[in-house]
Design a protein around this ligand. Structure first.
Ligand SMILES: *[C@@H]1O[C@H](CO)[C@@H](O)[C@H](O)[C@H]1NC(C)=O
Ligand SMILES: *[C@@H]1O[C@H](CO)[C@@H](O)[C@H](O)[C@H]1NC(C)=O
Ligand SMILES: *[C@@H]1O[C@H](CO)[C@@H](O)[C@H](O)[C@H]1NC(C)=O
Ligand SMILES: *[C@@H]1O[C@H](CO)[C@@H](O)[C@H](O)[C@H]1NC(C)=O
Ligand SMILES: *[C@@H]1O[C@H](CO)[C@@H](O)[C@H](O)[C@H]1NC(C)=O
Ligand SMILES: *[C@@H]1O[C@H](CO)[C@@H](O)[C@H](O)[C@H]1NC(C)=O
Ligand SMILES: *[C@@H]1O[C@H](CO)[C@@H](O)[C@H](O)[C@H]1NC(C)=O
Ligand SMILES: *[C@@H]1O[C@H](CO)[C@@H](O)[C@H](O)[C@H]1NC(C)=O
Ligand SMILES: *[C@@H]1O[C@H](CO)[C@@H](O)[C@H](O)[C@H]1NC(C)=O
Ligand SMILES: *[C@@H]1O[C@H](CO)[C@@H](O)[C@H](O)[C@H]1NC(C)=O
Ligand SMILES: *[C@@H]1O[C@H](CO)[C@@H](O)[C@H](O)[C@H]1NC(C)=O
Ligand SMILES: *[C@@H]1O[C@H](CO)[C@@H](O)[C@H](O)[C@H]1NC(C)=O
Length: 704
């Protein structure tokens, strides 16, 4: 039985540089409060909380230094692709000297999807990492030029595995495969990591149980997230004596790879959800964990807490109770466990393991004990946002516990949202989609659609996201089969930005979906074990995914990637596009066209992306979209987003609600309630040059 160690403050300070939890245990412990708590003059900050009016000072400082590193690496990458239209060294130097401009910032974003997403992402990043064998000759080695990298769920497992193994490379992980203590030994499920060696399995469960008990003994609520995070940590941190039991997420602040800015800034995404309530993209609260903070940009929360001290009982941002400060709740495994609350699989798959007899009963009774009706929720108690002066959500502010769930639960399965913050100044996002949207476990582009939709709802901060087509178009036009660029021209985004009420041009998005170049990588999200051959094949296929099949499909692909990276800088500097990049953009940019068809059944229960086939011959046609079935709210009103395309391909969008109807293309909207669901009717008028199609995105907001 592990005993919680309370270490005297002096020892704690001395060991601060060791990058471990102040308690050297899984259990949080009391620490000295930070000096800034006494700072009465702090702007936009109370105690541990600050308003989300920008990134933290710490992140700002850190990123300025990282800019110096990425700048040199970007020059290297760009010179290797030989753009003939532009002297990239000279251009970047000019950008740098121009005080009103800034150097390009690149973000990478990796979707969720269990181990499938983890392994695909590993291969995808390997294609961008010059430490991978072959990446310099048939890859896109731009990882060193990357500023941000975000992950959720399985994407957070992959990200945390690299980051908290000292920013190791996927190549290293591959090279160590099969050795003792190799990272990502997935030959057995995390439920029985030693297979039929029941004695070792039983010890493993004891070890996990001790950690969880220690946390409970320290006075903290424990939940299924705890053994889940511990179990995953055994697979991700096998080289550490305690398998990361005492390693906190904020310890990264002290790691040399982080302090010398040789890695990108990592962000992990999770959603807020109150027990018993569903979330959808229009009312979710997107939380992020970064090395400094936990919080949300969304108006519901609009604030960030110093992640290191989350665990301190807080009231209005200040330590409450006896005023003690606590640290250590942000265990790294607990953080990525929170981002990936798939853990009902623990119970469901327990009887598919080789556990038997006592080991089985012990694991089962331990897990059943932690199980509850809301077993996809990771409770963070005490809630750092309790009585927060910021944000509008009463339910979050009044709760003792902050309830977080899998970052993909609101269907935005690629964690793009944090990278849209204007303060982060990301110019291009490489979005890797390893979702299982189709019946065959391939992506359909729906996560981009959900992120696109969300910008029009009150739940979202004023972050804009480029136009994307519906899922039908993604699939029909093969946009999931090849890299596709969205938001290529800032000039086309002005009405969208106006709609969202921002002057900040959103990043260009380079979307790449999982597909079987060399291996059938569409494994189930709930597949909990991979033999070594399959694991390595998944990773190898990922390399092909991010490099457009090892650059064999289009030898100009690296040039086109360079064009995407430089586009926003060129636009800001007023530099004309050359023929080379124009050709690339005509090859890779989504051209705004959509495939039209009638469909009633699109992916989400609550959000319906419908499409009118409303041609000019049928003016004033009316359509009724209706939702029914057990999931339908008893009473509802509709919010409608209409985006229409005119014949020149220009896109306009307007958000309309039942109460404020004003658009040339929509003449009336009515909504009504039905006992078995809800319906909204639209009359779509046609002013002379608005043609073909109107994209309707409907969401039903329950009036509860
Ligand atoms: C970045 O590099 C410039 C020039 O080499 C230097 O003056 C500046 O201090 C560096 N900035 C940071 C934050 O390290
Ligand atoms: C770029 O040019 C250099 C020297 O001319 C050449 O060695 C290299 O192969 C070229 N790279 C590409 C991607 O064309
Ligand atoms: C500096 O950047 C601004 C836009 O940010 C641009 O208008 C201006 O032309 C640039 N100056 C030079 C010398 O390139
Ligand atoms: C693509 O490159 C990777 C990394 O160098 C390599 O492992 C893989 O075999 C290559 N794929 C093909 C089809 O050549
Ligand atoms: C590989 O990238 C790193 C930055 O991540 C850079 O420092 C290093 O010089 C690069 N190595 C090669 C051989 O290009
Ligand atoms: C982490 O990696 C760096 C090189 O990237 C190395 O210098 C350092 O010793 C490593 N630290 C540990 C603890 O392995
Ligand atoms: C596992 O247990 C569940 C009930 O808990 C049962 O429905 C299922 O059939 C069992 N599976 C196997 C493989 O035994
Ligand atoms: C999409 O790919 C399929 C199969 O490769 C092909 O038959 C079809 O023509 C493609 N569609 C478009 C719009 O490119
Ligand atoms: C748009 O943003 C500005 C400043 O950010 C604010 O003053 C204004 O009220 C906003 N307008 C709407 C309609 O939200
Ligand atoms: C966007 O803008 C570019 C250049 O300004 C133009 O060529 C293109 O047709 C526009 N429309 C779309 C949908 O990209
Ligand atoms: C749109 O409707 C017209 C008239 O009903 C029909 O002829 C046409 O095929 C439809 N187009 C599509 C893409 O479904
Ligand atoms: C979000 O909307 C759905 C559908 O209307 C509703 O069931 C749910 O309760 C809402 N959730 C929250 C947290 O408001």
């Amino acid at each position: 039985m592990m005993v919680k160690q309370l270490i005297p403050a002096a020892v704690m300070l001395a060991s601060a540089a060791s990058a471990w939890s102040p308690t050297d245990s899984y259990a949080p412990g009391i620490v000295e409060c930070p000096d800034y708590l006494d700072d009465k003059d702090a702007d936009n900050r109370v105690g541990f909380l600050r308003q989300a009016d920008g990134i933290s000072d710490e992140e700002h400082e850190w990123m300025l230094a990282r800019d110096n590193v990425t700048f040199d690496n970007l020059k290297l990458f760009l010179s290797s692709v030989n753009l003939t239209d532009l002297d990239t060294d000279d251009f970047l130097d000019k950008v740098r000297k121009n005080s009103s401009a800034r150097a390009p910032r690149i973000g990478l974003s990796f979707s969720g999807g269990g181990y499938r997403a983890m392994l695909c992402a590993a291969g995808e990043i390997a294609g961008l990492d010059n430490r991978t064998v072959g990446a310099s000759s048939h890859g896109l080695p731009l990882l060193g030029a990357t500023s941000y990298v975000s992950g959720l769920s399985g994407g957070s497992w992959f990200l945390s595995s690299l980051v908290f193994n000292n920013w190791t490379s996927v190549q290293d992980i591959i090279d160590q495969n099969g050795q003792d203590n190799a990272i990502w030994d997935l030959e057995h499920k995390m439920l029985d990591p030693y297979g039929i060696n029941i004695v070792k399995d039983a010890k493993y469960w004891d070890h996990i149980k001790d950690a969880v008990d220690a946390k409970r003994d320290a006075g903290f609520n424990v939940s299924m997230t705890d053994p889940w995070g511990r179990g995953l940590s055994h697979q991700f941190f096998p080289g550490l004596d305690d398998f990361g039991e005492s390693m906190t997420f904020t310890s990264l602040r002290d790691w040399e790879v982080f302090t010398n800015h040789s890695m990108p800034f990592p962000i992990i995404v999770s959603d807020g959800r109150t027990p018993g309530r569903k979330i959808i993209n229009s009312n979710s609260t997107v939380f992020e964990f970064n090395p400094y903070e936990l919080g949300s940009w969304d108006p519901y929360v609009d604030s960030f807490a110093d992640l290191k001290y989350v665990g301190t009982p807080m009231d209005g941002g200040k330590p409450s109770g006896n005023g003690s400060c606590w640290a250590g709740l942000d265990n790294t495994g607990f953080v990525f466990g929170t981002s990936s609350t798939l853990f009902n699989q623990f119970l469901l798959q327990l009887n598919t393991t080789s556990l038997s007899g006592l080991a089985y009963s012990a694991a089962k009774s331990f897990l059943t004990d932690l199980d509850n009706d809301n077993n996809d929720i990771a409770p963070w108690t005490p809630n750092p946002f309790y009585n927060s002066p910021y944000g509008s959500s009463k339910s979050i502010k009044s709760a003792d516990t902050l309830y977080l769930v899998d970052g993909g639960e609101d269907q935005q399965n690629i964690p793009l949202y944090p990278l849209l913050s204007d303060d982060r100044e990301v110019d291009v996002i490489f979005a890797y989609d390893n979702s299982a949207d189709t019946s065959q476990n391939w992506p359909s582009g729906s996560s981009l659609v959900y992120t696109y939709e969300r910008q029009f709802f009150n739940a979202s901060a004023n972050f804009s996201f480029p136009y994307v087509p519906g899922v039908d178009t993604f699939l029909h036009n093969n946009l999931t089969a090849r890299p596709t660029f969205f938001g290529c021209y800032a000039s086309n985004l002005t009405s969208l930005m106006k709609e969202v009420n921002t002057t900040y041009v959103p990043p260009l998005v380079v979307y790449t979906a999982n597909r079987p170049w060399t291996f059938e990588s569409n494994t189930s999200t709930f597949k909990l074990k991979y033999d070594d051959d399959d694991k390595l094949s998944m990773i190898q296929n990922g390399f092909a995914v991010s490099t457009y099949n090892n650059l064999t499909i289009d030898e100009d692909f690296p040039k086109c990637v360079a064009c995407a990276i430089l586009q926003r800088s060129k636009e800001r500097m007023g530099v004309e596009m050359g023929a080379e990049c124009k050709k690339c953009f005509s090859d890779y940019c989504w051209d705004g066209s959509t495939y039209t068809y009638d469909d009633d059944s699109l992916p989400n229960d609550f959000t319906k992306t419908g499409r009118f086939n409303n041609t000019i011959d049928e003016p004033n046609s009316s359509e009724i979209l209706k939702m029914s079935g057990s999931d339908a709210p008893a009473s509802a009103t509709a919010d409608v987003i209409v985006s229409s395309t005119d014949d020149s391909g220009k896109i306009a969008a307007s958000t309309l609600s039942a109460s404020s109807v004003s658009s040339s293309s929509v003449s009336s909207i009515a909504s009504s309630s039905h006992s078995n669901g809800a319906a909204a009717a639209f009359n779509v008028g046609t002013s002379s040059n608005w043609v073909s199609m109107v994209t309707l995105v409907m969401s039903w907001l329950a009036l509860v």
